[in-house]
Design a protein around this ligand. Structure first.
Ligand code: CIZ
Length: 305
Protein backbone atom coordinates (compact mmCIF):
# COMPACT_ATOMS: atom_id res chain seq x y z
CA UNK A 1 0.00 0.00 0.00
CA UNK A 2 1.36 3.48 -0.78
CA UNK A 3 1.62 6.26 1.78
CA UNK A 4 -1.39 8.13 0.41
CA UNK A 5 -3.64 5.06 0.85
CA UNK A 6 -2.20 4.49 4.33
CA UNK A 7 -2.95 8.08 5.37
CA UNK A 8 -6.47 7.86 3.94
CA UNK A 9 -7.08 4.59 5.85
CA UNK A 10 -5.80 6.10 9.09
CA UNK A 11 -8.06 9.13 8.66
CA UNK A 12 -11.12 6.86 8.55
CA UNK A 13 -9.90 4.47 11.26
CA UNK A 14 -9.09 7.29 13.70
CA UNK A 15 -11.94 9.63 12.75
CA UNK A 16 -9.42 12.33 11.87
CA UNK A 17 -9.61 15.38 9.60
CA UNK A 18 -6.52 16.71 7.88
CA UNK A 19 -6.36 20.48 7.40
CA UNK A 20 -3.88 22.12 5.03
CA UNK A 21 -3.11 25.81 4.99
CA UNK A 22 -3.02 27.47 1.55
CA UNK A 23 0.81 27.66 1.86
CA UNK A 24 1.38 23.90 2.34
CA UNK A 25 3.18 21.60 -0.11
CA UNK A 26 0.95 20.52 -3.06
CA UNK A 27 0.87 16.86 -1.93
CA UNK A 28 -0.34 17.93 1.52
CA UNK A 29 -3.04 20.17 0.01
CA UNK A 30 -4.13 17.26 -2.20
CA UNK A 31 -4.56 14.77 0.64
CA UNK A 32 -6.24 17.22 3.05
CA UNK A 33 -9.95 17.16 3.82
CA UNK A 34 -9.98 20.96 3.84
CA UNK A 35 -7.59 23.59 2.44
CA UNK A 36 -7.86 27.23 3.49
CA UNK A 37 -6.75 29.99 5.83
CA UNK A 38 -6.14 29.28 9.48
CA UNK A 39 -9.37 30.64 10.93
CA UNK A 40 -11.56 29.14 8.21
CA UNK A 41 -9.90 25.74 8.72
CA UNK A 42 -10.17 25.88 12.50
CA UNK A 43 -13.86 26.82 12.32
CA UNK A 44 -14.61 24.12 9.76
CA UNK A 45 -12.86 21.43 11.81
CA UNK A 46 -14.72 22.53 14.96
CA UNK A 47 -17.98 21.83 13.14
CA UNK A 48 -17.05 18.26 12.22
CA UNK A 49 -17.50 15.23 14.46
CA UNK A 50 -13.82 14.30 14.02
CA UNK A 51 -11.95 13.17 17.13
CA UNK A 52 -8.56 14.23 15.78
CA UNK A 53 -7.54 17.32 13.84
CA UNK A 54 -4.20 17.17 12.06
CA UNK A 55 -3.24 20.74 11.22
CA UNK A 56 -0.71 21.01 8.43
CA UNK A 57 0.29 24.61 8.95
CA UNK A 58 2.34 26.44 11.57
CA UNK A 59 2.13 26.36 15.36
CA UNK A 60 -0.24 29.30 15.99
CA UNK A 61 -2.68 27.80 13.46
CA UNK A 62 -2.83 24.46 15.29
CA UNK A 63 -3.30 26.44 18.50
CA UNK A 64 -6.24 28.28 16.90
CA UNK A 65 -7.80 24.90 16.06
CA UNK A 66 -7.32 23.79 19.67
CA UNK A 67 -8.80 27.05 21.01
CA UNK A 68 -11.97 26.38 18.98
CA UNK A 69 -12.04 22.59 19.54
CA UNK A 70 -10.87 21.95 23.12
CA UNK A 71 -12.30 18.43 23.22
CA UNK A 72 -10.59 17.24 20.06
CA UNK A 73 -6.98 16.06 19.84
CA UNK A 74 -5.07 18.59 17.71
CA UNK A 75 -1.82 17.51 16.10
CA UNK A 76 0.86 19.48 14.25
CA UNK A 77 3.01 16.97 12.29
CA UNK A 78 6.27 18.87 12.79
CA UNK A 79 6.68 21.06 15.87
CA UNK A 80 9.48 22.94 14.11
CA UNK A 81 6.75 24.64 12.06
CA UNK A 82 6.78 27.98 13.83
CA UNK A 83 5.82 31.47 12.67
CA UNK A 84 8.61 34.06 13.11
CA UNK A 85 6.01 36.85 12.85
CA UNK A 86 3.93 35.39 15.70
CA UNK A 87 7.10 35.00 17.75
CA UNK A 88 7.90 38.72 17.41
CA UNK A 89 5.52 39.71 20.20
CA UNK A 90 5.27 38.32 23.73
CA UNK A 91 2.90 38.62 26.68
CA UNK A 92 5.47 40.85 28.40
CA UNK A 93 5.50 43.20 25.38
CA UNK A 94 1.71 43.57 25.59
CA UNK A 95 1.79 44.29 29.31
CA UNK A 96 4.35 47.03 28.70
CA UNK A 97 2.36 48.48 25.79
CA UNK A 98 -0.79 48.56 27.92
CA UNK A 99 0.95 50.36 30.76
CA UNK A 100 2.35 52.95 28.31
CA UNK A 101 -1.01 53.39 26.52
CA UNK A 102 -3.69 52.79 29.16
CA UNK A 103 -6.63 53.99 27.06
CA UNK A 104 -5.75 52.03 23.93
CA UNK A 105 -7.51 48.82 22.85
CA UNK A 106 -5.26 45.93 21.79
CA UNK A 107 -6.10 44.29 18.46
CA UNK A 108 -4.11 41.20 17.56
CA UNK A 109 -3.76 39.61 14.15
CA UNK A 110 -4.62 35.91 14.02
CA UNK A 111 -0.84 35.32 13.60
CA UNK A 112 -0.21 35.32 17.35
CA UNK A 113 0.33 32.62 19.94
CA UNK A 114 -2.55 31.54 22.23
CA UNK A 115 -0.97 33.23 25.25
CA UNK A 116 -0.56 36.52 23.36
CA UNK A 117 -4.18 36.34 22.11
CA UNK A 118 -5.30 35.81 25.70
CA UNK A 119 -3.82 39.23 26.62
CA UNK A 120 -5.58 41.15 23.82
CA UNK A 121 -9.04 42.68 23.47
CA UNK A 122 -10.03 41.40 20.05
CA UNK A 123 -8.54 39.38 17.20
CA UNK A 124 -8.61 40.11 13.47
CA UNK A 125 -7.63 38.49 10.19
CA UNK A 126 -5.91 40.07 7.21
CA UNK A 127 -9.28 40.58 5.51
CA UNK A 128 -11.33 42.03 8.38
CA UNK A 129 -8.60 44.03 10.19
CA UNK A 130 -9.93 47.51 9.31
CA UNK A 131 -13.53 46.58 10.28
CA UNK A 132 -12.34 45.17 13.58
CA UNK A 133 -10.21 48.22 14.39
CA UNK A 134 -13.18 50.48 13.57
CA UNK A 135 -15.47 48.37 15.75
CA UNK A 136 -13.66 49.04 19.03
CA UNK A 137 -14.81 51.96 21.18
CA UNK A 138 -11.31 53.25 22.03
CA UNK A 139 -9.85 56.05 19.89
CA UNK A 140 -6.36 54.53 20.13
CA UNK A 141 -5.53 51.02 19.01
CA UNK A 142 -2.38 49.00 19.58
CA UNK A 143 -2.12 46.79 16.51
CA UNK A 144 0.16 43.76 16.61
CA UNK A 145 2.30 42.05 15.52
CA UNK A 146 2.43 42.91 11.80
CA UNK A 147 3.59 46.46 10.97
CA UNK A 148 2.55 46.25 7.32
CA UNK A 149 -0.99 45.07 8.00
CA UNK A 150 -1.24 47.67 10.78
CA UNK A 151 -0.01 50.42 8.48
CA UNK A 152 -2.46 49.31 5.77
CA UNK A 153 -5.33 49.41 8.30
CA UNK A 154 -4.31 52.92 9.42
CA UNK A 155 -5.40 54.19 5.95
CA UNK A 156 -8.96 52.99 6.63
CA UNK A 157 -9.56 54.38 10.10
CA UNK A 158 -9.58 57.68 11.94
CA UNK A 159 -8.26 56.01 15.07
CA UNK A 160 -4.67 56.47 16.18
CA UNK A 161 -2.84 53.22 15.42
CA UNK A 162 0.10 52.28 17.61
CA UNK A 163 2.09 49.87 15.48
CA UNK A 164 4.15 46.95 16.71
CA UNK A 165 7.29 46.41 14.67
CA UNK A 166 6.77 42.77 13.65
CA UNK A 167 6.84 41.57 10.07
CA UNK A 168 6.59 38.42 7.95
CA UNK A 169 10.00 37.46 6.62
CA UNK A 170 8.48 35.91 3.50
CA UNK A 171 6.17 38.79 2.54
CA UNK A 172 8.79 41.48 3.16
CA UNK A 173 11.08 39.76 0.63
CA UNK A 174 8.94 41.06 -2.21
CA UNK A 175 10.22 44.37 -3.59
CA UNK A 176 8.19 46.92 -5.57
CA UNK A 177 10.81 46.86 -8.38
CA UNK A 178 10.18 43.14 -8.95
CA UNK A 179 6.47 43.80 -9.38
CA UNK A 180 7.11 46.71 -11.74
CA UNK A 181 9.47 44.54 -13.83
CA UNK A 182 6.89 41.76 -14.06
CA UNK A 183 4.08 44.15 -14.96
CA UNK A 184 6.19 45.44 -17.88
CA UNK A 185 6.13 41.97 -19.42
CA UNK A 186 2.38 42.26 -20.05
CA UNK A 187 0.56 44.34 -22.64
CA UNK A 188 -2.62 46.31 -21.92
CA UNK A 189 -4.67 43.55 -23.63
CA UNK A 190 -3.28 41.00 -21.15
CA UNK A 191 -5.12 42.95 -18.43
CA UNK A 192 -2.77 41.53 -15.80
CA UNK A 193 -3.90 41.96 -12.18
CA UNK A 194 -1.53 42.16 -9.26
CA UNK A 195 -3.01 40.83 -6.03
CA UNK A 196 -1.05 41.22 -2.81
CA UNK A 197 -1.27 40.05 0.78
CA UNK A 198 -1.34 42.94 3.28
CA UNK A 199 1.77 41.58 5.03
CA UNK A 200 3.72 42.98 2.02
CA UNK A 201 5.38 46.39 2.39
CA UNK A 202 3.53 49.65 1.67
CA UNK A 203 5.50 50.23 -1.59
CA UNK A 204 4.32 46.87 -2.87
CA UNK A 205 0.72 47.33 -1.72
CA UNK A 206 0.51 50.63 -3.59
CA UNK A 207 0.98 48.67 -6.84
CA UNK A 208 -1.77 46.16 -6.13
CA UNK A 209 -5.15 45.91 -7.86
CA UNK A 210 -6.37 44.04 -4.81
CA UNK A 211 -4.99 43.68 -1.27
CA UNK A 212 -6.45 40.76 0.63
CA UNK A 213 -5.95 37.55 2.64
CA UNK A 214 -5.24 34.15 1.11
CA UNK A 215 -8.98 33.34 1.04
CA UNK A 216 -9.61 36.78 -0.43
CA UNK A 217 -7.04 36.10 -3.17
CA UNK A 218 -8.81 32.83 -4.05
CA UNK A 219 -12.19 34.60 -4.23
CA UNK A 220 -10.85 37.58 -6.18
CA UNK A 221 -9.18 35.43 -8.84
CA UNK A 222 -12.33 33.35 -9.33
CA UNK A 223 -14.55 36.42 -9.73
CA UNK A 224 -12.19 38.56 -11.83
CA UNK A 225 -12.61 38.19 -15.64
CA UNK A 226 -8.88 38.75 -16.29
CA UNK A 227 -6.82 35.68 -17.25
CA UNK A 228 -3.44 36.83 -15.88
CA UNK A 229 -2.51 37.32 -12.24
CA UNK A 230 0.70 38.25 -10.46
CA UNK A 231 0.47 36.68 -7.01
CA UNK A 232 2.00 38.60 -4.12
CA UNK A 233 2.02 36.02 -1.38
CA UNK A 234 3.67 32.70 -0.50
CA UNK A 235 4.10 30.81 -3.77
CA UNK A 236 2.47 27.53 -2.67
CA UNK A 237 -0.99 29.11 -2.98
CA UNK A 238 -0.49 28.89 -6.76
CA UNK A 239 -1.11 25.13 -6.59
CA UNK A 240 -4.69 25.72 -5.42
CA UNK A 241 -5.20 28.74 -7.69
CA UNK A 242 -4.28 26.61 -10.73
CA UNK A 243 -6.46 23.70 -9.62
CA UNK A 244 -9.49 25.94 -9.16
CA UNK A 245 -8.86 28.13 -12.23
CA UNK A 246 -7.26 25.92 -14.90
CA UNK A 247 -7.90 28.49 -17.64
CA UNK A 248 -6.00 31.31 -15.88
CA UNK A 249 -2.27 32.12 -15.61
CA UNK A 250 -0.51 32.73 -12.31
CA UNK A 251 2.89 34.33 -11.96
CA UNK A 252 4.59 34.45 -8.55
CA UNK A 253 5.50 38.07 -7.79
CA UNK A 254 8.79 36.68 -6.51
CA UNK A 255 10.06 33.10 -6.34
CA UNK A 256 11.77 34.10 -3.09
CA UNK A 257 8.36 34.17 -1.37
CA UNK A 258 8.82 30.69 0.07
CA UNK A 259 8.10 29.99 3.75
CA UNK A 260 10.26 27.12 5.00
CA UNK A 261 8.22 26.84 8.19
CA UNK A 262 5.17 25.94 6.11
CA UNK A 263 7.08 23.20 4.32
CA UNK A 264 8.29 21.07 7.23
CA UNK A 265 5.05 19.06 7.19
CA UNK A 266 5.35 16.32 4.58
CA UNK A 267 3.54 13.06 3.80
CA UNK A 268 5.88 10.93 5.93
CA UNK A 269 5.45 13.18 8.98
CA UNK A 270 1.71 13.35 8.40
CA UNK A 271 1.58 9.54 8.35
CA UNK A 272 3.64 9.29 11.56
CA UNK A 273 1.58 11.99 13.29
CA UNK A 274 -1.66 10.19 12.47
CA UNK A 275 -0.28 6.78 13.54
CA UNK A 276 1.10 8.05 16.86
CA UNK A 277 -1.48 10.80 17.49
CA UNK A 278 1.46 13.07 18.26
CA UNK A 279 2.81 15.76 18.54
CA UNK A 280 -0.27 17.06 20.31
CA UNK A 281 -1.00 20.76 20.92
CA UNK A 282 -2.02 21.56 24.47
CA UNK A 283 -3.04 24.93 25.90
CA UNK A 284 -3.74 25.57 29.60
CA UNK A 285 -7.53 25.93 29.91
CA UNK A 286 -7.35 29.39 31.50
CA UNK A 287 -5.39 30.74 28.52
CA UNK A 288 -7.49 28.84 25.99
CA UNK A 289 -10.71 30.34 27.37
CA UNK A 290 -9.34 33.90 27.27
CA UNK A 291 -7.98 33.39 23.75
CA UNK A 292 -11.35 31.94 22.72
CA UNK A 293 -13.15 35.09 23.94
CA UNK A 294 -10.75 37.27 21.93
CA UNK A 295 -11.49 35.28 18.75
CA UNK A 296 -15.20 35.05 19.54
CA UNK A 297 -15.46 38.84 19.91
CA UNK A 298 -14.19 39.13 16.33
CA UNK A 299 -16.64 36.49 15.09
CA UNK A 300 -19.54 38.29 16.78
CA UNK A 301 -18.72 41.44 14.81
CA UNK A 302 -19.69 39.23 11.88
CA UNK A 303 -16.87 40.28 9.56
CA UNK A 304 -14.85 37.15 9.14
CA UNK A 305 -13.67 38.13 5.66
O1 CIZ B 1 -4.44 33.01 9.03
C1 CIZ B 1 -3.97 32.78 7.91
O2 CIZ B 1 -4.28 31.80 7.29
C2 CIZ B 1 -2.97 33.70 7.40
C3 CIZ B 1 -1.94 34.06 8.33
C4 CIZ B 1 -2.94 34.25 6.23
C5 CIZ B 1 -4.06 34.44 5.31
O3 CIZ B 1 -4.17 35.50 4.74
O4 CIZ B 1 -4.84 33.52 5.11
Amino acid sequence: MNIIDEINNLKVEKKAVVLAHNYQLPEIQDIADFVGDSLELSRTAANTDAKIIVFCGVYFMAETAKILSPLKTVILPDLKSGCPLADMVTVEDIKKLRSENPSAAVVCYINTSADVKAECDICCTSSNAADIVNSVSADEVIFLPDRNLGNYVSKYTKKKIILWNGFCLTHELLKAEEVLELKKQFSAEDNVKFVAHPECTEDVLKLADKVTSTSGILKYVKAEPSKNFIIGTETAIIHRLKKENPDKNFIPASRKMFCQNMKYNNLELLYEALSNEQPEIEIPEKIRKKAFEVIDRMLKIGKKD
